[in-house]
Design a binder for this molecule. Structure first.
Ligand code: B12
Length: 225
């Protein structure tokens, strides 16, 4: 079976809330040497997105969506912990830079942020993931504590995007705007939104996020040299 068929099966497993099948697909992919992060993004996540559209059309109820989301979350954690192991085996990554990630206050969506965090880790970055519903004060406090290079926030609700703006305002107020490069993401965010609030960058997905982070870190390193 080629990887495209596996991606389709992964999508099917999420659409049908079939956790047993989903776990079996992860095993099969691992045995065949299919990259698990790609399976997560191109398979399971695509199923999750489609489920969201089905929910929006009123075909399934919120409890059904929540049930499927729980499975998606389990599978995401399962895959990420497996990748964690191989990360350890790959041993000492060069620490290219540190990124603080958080889903903003009032927002519990963390699946996409988890994927971005893991992809960045796999690309050699240290990622401190504060989880979800994180207030701006806490984000800034932790950024200072860990002396990070980038603060990356996720917002999935139009009502919580304002927290990303609040972060920019607070950074300016505390004279920290020049110290941290900020990055925003999540389905309702756009480049226009990032420009409007004065964020350093917007990124649409995990792969693009790595490109943006690489560009920023490289330019920062060049300036130092
Ligand atoms: C799964 C889901 C849930 C799950 C969340 C589980 C979890 N642990 O995350 C549950 C069921 C709990 C949930 C709850 C709710 N949800 Co919901 N949910 C979704 C759904 C279907 C999928 C989100 C998802 O995980 N997508 C898959 C991931 C991989 O994609 P992603 O998050 O977009 O992330 C990618 C990119 O955006 C980007 N990215 C994400 N974050 C970041 C951060 C950075 C820094 C960068 C660079 C990139 C980046 O990279 C990721 C990987 O490519 C969406 C619909 C949709 N299609 O988006 C609705 C959706 C987001 N939810 C919605 C709503 C309304 C709610 C509820 C308010 C429902 C309710 N009435 O209670 C609550 C919110 C509670 C709260 N306070 O947060 C709405 C939001 C509408 C809006 N525009 O405001 C949506 C759009 C559905 C809809 N159309 O109605 N939800």
């Amino acid at each position: 079976m080629n990887s495209t068929t596996l991606f389709e099966k992964a999508k099917y497993a999420i659409l049908n809330s079939d956790e047993e099948l989903a776990l079996a697909i992860v095993e099969e992919a691992a045995e065949k040497g299919v990259d698990l992060l790609t399976l997560l993004i191109e398979g399971f996540s695509k199923g999750n997105d489609e489920l969201g559209e089905i929910f929006e059309r009123g075909v399934i109820s919120l409890p059904e969506l929540m049930y499927a989301a729980d499975i998606m979350r389990d599978i995401t954690e399962h895959i990420l912990s497996r990748l964690g192991k191989s990360e350890e085996e790959k041993a000492l990554f060069t620490r290219k830079g540190t990124i603080l990630m958080a889903t903003v206050a009032g927002d519990i969506h963390d699946i996409g942020k988890g994927i971005v965090a893991s992809t960045l880790r796999n690309s050699g970055y240290q990622v401190i993931d504060l989880g979800c519903e994180v207030p701006v004060d806490e984000i800034i406090k932790r950024a200072e504590e860990y002396d990070v290079d980038i603060i990356a926030t996720s917002a999935l609700l139009t009502s919580t995007m304002s927290e990303q703006k609040k972060l920019e305002i607070e950074l300016v107020k505390r004279k920290l705007k020049e110290k941290y490069f900020t990055m925003v993401g999540g389905a309702p965010c756009t480049k226009r939104w990032a420009d409007k609030i004065g964020a350093g960058a917007y990124s649409s997905d995990a792969i693009d996020a790595v490109k943006v982070v690489n560009e920023y870190i490289n330019s920062k390193t060049e300036k130092k040299e």
